[in-house]
Design a binder for this molecule. Structure first.
Ligand SMILES: Cc1cc2nc3c(=O)[nH]c(=O)nc-3n(C[C@H](O)[C@H](O)[C@H](O)COP(=O)(O)OP(=O)(O)OC[C@H]3O[C@@H](n4cnc5c(N)ncnc54)[C@H](O)[C@@H]3O)c2cc1C
Length: 393
């Protein structure tokens, strides 16, 4: 830990999984980081999150892999089922194969579990809740951030991780509306034991260790285990030309969801019908940014590159961003602005390509017959910890 690291003032705006990864990685490298979060209470929505091998490598480098794996789940295999009859279409082994091919497991987490694990790495006194950023500005040698509570802070480096509606992005790159992607989804979970009881009628004998998907004419539904197999997480995506609500996630009557999948596989529907509540989301994304740095400010996570969940990589990219910022600031602690230039150079091409591939894959999924999936090996194999790709031995 260098003295210089301790002296640099770094502010992270937004304590989601991206901002907390950056703060955790920087703290571990000896930087003093202050995190400013709009909400009065820290937390995450109760939904599942797939963490591909590239994300798990970041978790490992933070020294958190063992703790993470205690609450996460590693599915045995990925199966595809016919949307109406529920027959097996294809099956692919995940456990063991992902580690061997890409250097880490393919895992599933409850968002809140990952969030609190990352938070445990940042001193509590450095996390300032109730700080909604309303403005950020670059000056010659520093940046200033203002909050709605009237406070103002000055920092050598500001990391903007304030999500898809980012105030800082708007300030630096202009006001533009996120794009409604043509997809809505419901997110819910049910106790695994309840799922396994219903499963007795299923043509496919579920064990609860599968990452299962049904792709139908108007959408796709995913089931996977989270919380060490205690819960079954459900993502029910649906193609839709409109999203009327001003909010992005709204409580939804489960009846509406059941109607949306009328005629789909019976076992799948009986599992959906167990849910007592569901949230409905309008999926939005944005076009890639030309650069991820402006002066003393770095953009990361959804603030920089919100993407469709088709590849389940938005959160993973936020984790990678956080790790790369920490690595480059550590390597350039005497010239932090240069670190941000290098950060943008390293990250912009990768995150833009993932953003656009997620869009394309969503469009491909609607074609009949659907073309083979676009390769994701280049995404999973990458190791943001040192910026190189995993070489299979
Ligand atoms: C339906 C769905 C499924 C998904 N599934 C996956 C998946 O399986 N795997 C995966 O990797 N990704 C997935 N994603 C993407 C993932 O959720 C996001 O990419 C990830 O949460 C981005 O993290 P973030 O920290 O950048 O932003 P956020 O999680 O949005 O966090 C932003 C934080 O900033 C705070 N904030 C906002 N505005 C301000 C402000 N003005 N001042 C201060 N603080 C502020 C917020 O309160 C929040 O705490 C999915 C997304 C959706 C919509």
């Amino acid at each position: 830990m260098s003295t210089r690291n301790r002296k640099l003032k770094i502010a992270v705006v937004g304590a989601g999984i991206g901002g907390l990864t950056a703060a955790a990685a920087l703290t571990q490298k000896g930087f003093e980081v202050q995190v400013y979060e709009r909400s009065d209470k820290l937390g995450e929505v109760g939904a599942g999150l797939q963490m591909g091998p590239n994300a798990v490598k970041v978790i490992r480098a933070l020294g958190l892999e063992d703790a993470y794996m205690k609450t996460a789940s590693e599915p045995e295999n990925r199966i595809s089922l016919t949307w109406d009859t529920g027959q097996l279409r294809s099956q692919e082994q995940l456990r063991g194969v992902m580690e061997k091919t890409y250097g880490a497991a393919y895992t599933m987490s409850h968002r809140a579990d990952l969030h609190s694990l990352l938070m445990s790495q940042v001193p509590e006194k450095n996390i300032h809740t109730g700080h909604a950023c309303v403005d950020a500005e670059n000056f010659e040698n520093h940046a200033v951030v203002q909050f709605s509570n009237g406070k103002e802070i000055e920092a050598d480096i500001v990391i903007a991780s304030d999500g898809i509606h980012s105030v800082i992005r708007k300030k630096l790159f202009g006001d533009s509306k996120p794009r409604f992607s043509g997809q809505i989804c419901w997110r819910l979970s049910v106790p695994m034991d309840d799922f396994l009881r219903v499963n007795e009628k299923s043509p496919y004998p579920f064990t609860g260790k599968e990452y299962a998907g049904w792709i139908g004419p108007t959408g796709h539904v995913l089931f996977y285990p989270i919380r060490a197999g205690e819960l079954l997480n459900i993502f029910a995506g649906r193609v839709s030309s409109t999203w009327a609500d001003e909010n992005w996630a709204v409580p939804s009557a489960t009846g509406e969801m059941m109607e949306a999948y009328a005629g789909w596989n019976e076992t799948m529907l009986s599992v959906l019908s167990m849910a007592t509540e569901a949230y409905k989301w309008g999926i939005h994304d944005r076009d890639p940014l030309p650069n991820l740095n402006v002066g003393h400010i770095a953009m990361m996570g959804d603030a920089a590159h919100p993407m469709m969940p088709t590849l389940a990589q938005g959160g993973a990219m936020a984790l990678e961003d956080g790790m790369v910022i920490a690595r480059l600031l550590n390597a350039n602690a005497n010239d932090p602005q240069q670190a941000l230039i290098e950060y943008s150079k390293e990250r912009q091409p990768r995150v833009s390509r993932v953003q656009l591939q997620a869009r394309q894959q969503f469009l491909n999924n609607q074609l009949h017959p659907a073309p083979p999936p676009i390769s994701v090996g280049w995404i999973y194999g990458h190791d943001a910890v040192d910026g190189v790709d995993f070489q299979q031995s």
